[in-house]
Design a protein around this ligand. Sequence first.
Ligand code: HEC
Ligand code: HEC
Ligand code: HEC
Ligand code: HEC
Length: 319
Amino acid sequence: MENDYIYQVSAVMNKRPYLLVGAIAVLVGLLSRCSDQKPRSADTRGAAYADATSCASCHKTIYDSYATTAHAHSSAEAEEGTVKGHFSSPLNTFHFANGTDVVMEKQGKELFQAVKVNGQEKARYPFDIVMGSGRKAQTFLYWSKDQYFQLPVSWFVPADGWANSPGFPADHPKFDRVIPSTCFGCHSSDVKVREEVKGINITEKFERREMIAGIDCQRCHGPAAAHVQYHTENPADKAAHFIARMDTLTRQQRLDACALCHSGLKPMYKPAFAFKPGDKLADFIIPTVPFPKSRTSWTYTATKCNCWRPASVSCKARP
Ligand code: HEC
Ligand code: HEC
Ligand code: HEC
Ligand code: HEC
C-alpha cells in the first residue's frame, strides 16, 4: 500500500513537478492517520488472534530464529522459492509407464505439473499449496472446483529428485486424491474451509490459497491479540499479560500441546486448530484405537527451547 503511494508520488513528480508538495502533504496525512489507528488484526482466525507477523516487533530474536524452523515452513503458497525441486530439463521430468511423463514447468509466475504422452501435452495442473518444509520431502496440492487434490509427483530431498507421491500408483499419474482439512490442521495455522452437506455426504469446500501458512506462534501459544494490545499500550510493563504461560502447564499439558500434531493421524471430535495450550488432547481425539505412544523422543523434551528453535538462540535472548 505505502509503496503504491510512493510510486504514485514519483509518477506525479515526473509529469508535474508543482504537484509534488501537494502529493507529499497527502502522503504525510495518510501515513499519520495510519499511525493513529490502533493495531487491528486482519487475522482470519478472528479478533482474539493478532496478526501472525505482529510478534516480531517485540520478540524479534525469537521471531527471526523461528522463521528458520521447519514449523514456519510446514506449508506455503506454491511459487518459485517455496517449491524446492528442479524445473529445468532434464531434471524436471518424472517418467511413468507407456511414454507418460509428468513435467514440472514454469509459466509466468505459475508452476505446473504437465502430463505428456510421447511428448504431447494432455493436461496441466497448477502447484497451489506446498506441504512440507523440504527437510525430507515436499508434496503439493492443486485447487479445483473448491477442493484440494494432491499432485502425483512429490519432491524428495535425499534423492534430490521428483518421484511419485507416497501411496500413489507408479504406472500412471493420478490427480483425484482429495485432501481433507486435517492435513492443514497439522501443517498450517488456518485454512478457509466450509462443509457442504448433501444427504449423508459431507464435502469440504476450500477457497483457493486461503490459509495462514506454517505453524505460527499462536498455534502453540494460543490467541494473542489482547497480549499484543496490552503490551503495545503499556510498553513499560515487562511482565507478560494475556498469554498462556508455558511454565505453569503440567507435564501432560505440555506433551499434549506437541502430541496434537506429533502422535500420528487420528480421528478427531474438533479440528486441531481449536486446540489451545492447557487443553487436553483426550478432548480432541476419538478413542477408536489405543492412544498411540509417541515414536520419537522429542515430544518428551518439550520443555527445552531447543526442540523448536535452533540451539544457537538462548531461551533468555531478548531483542
Ligand atoms: C508490544 C510488545 C509485544 C508484542 C507485539 C508481543 N509481545 Fe509477547 N511479550 C511481551 C512482553 C513485554 C513479554 C514479557 C517479557 C518476555 O517474556 O519477553 C512477553 C511475553 C510473551 C510470552 C512469554 C509468556 C510467559 O511468560 O511464559 C509469550 C509466549 C509471548 N509473549 C508470545 C507472543 C506472541 C505469540 C506474540 C505475537 C502474536 C507476541 N507475544 C507479541 C511483549 C509483546
Ligand atoms: C500444529 C501442529 C504442530 C504442533 C502443535 C507442533 N508441531 Fe512440531 N511439527 C509439525 C509439523 C507439520 C512438522 C513437520 C514440518 C515440516 O518439515 O514440514 C513438525 C516438525 C517438528 C520437528 C522436526 C523439525 C525440526 O525443526 O527439527 C520437531 C523437533 C518438532 N516439530 C517439535 C515440536 C515440539 C517440541 C512441539 C511442542 C512444543 C511441536 N513440535 C508442536 C507440527 C506441529
Ligand atoms: C497429525 C498431524 C499431521 C497430519 C494430519 C499431516 N501431517 Fe504431515 N507431518 C506431520 C509431522 C509431525 C511431520 C514431521 C515428521 C517428522 O519429521 O518426523 C510431517 C511431515 C510431513 C512431510 C515431510 C516434511 C519434511 O520435509 O520432512 C510432508 C511432505 C507432509 N508431512 C505432508 C502432509 C500431507 C500432504 C498431509 C495431508 C494429507 C499431512 N502431511 C498430514 C504431521 C502431520
Ligand atoms: C511449536 C510450538 C511453538 C511455536 C511455533 C512457538 N513457540 Fe514459543 N514456546 C514454545 C514452548 C513449548 C515454550 C516453553 C519452553 C521454552 O522456553 O522453550 C515457548 C516459550 C516462549 C517464550 C517464553 C520463553 C522465552 O524463551 O522467552 C516466548 C516469549 C515465546 N515462546 C514466544 C514465541 C514467539 C514470538 C513465537 C513465534 C515467532 C513462538 N514462541 C513460536 C512453543 C512454541
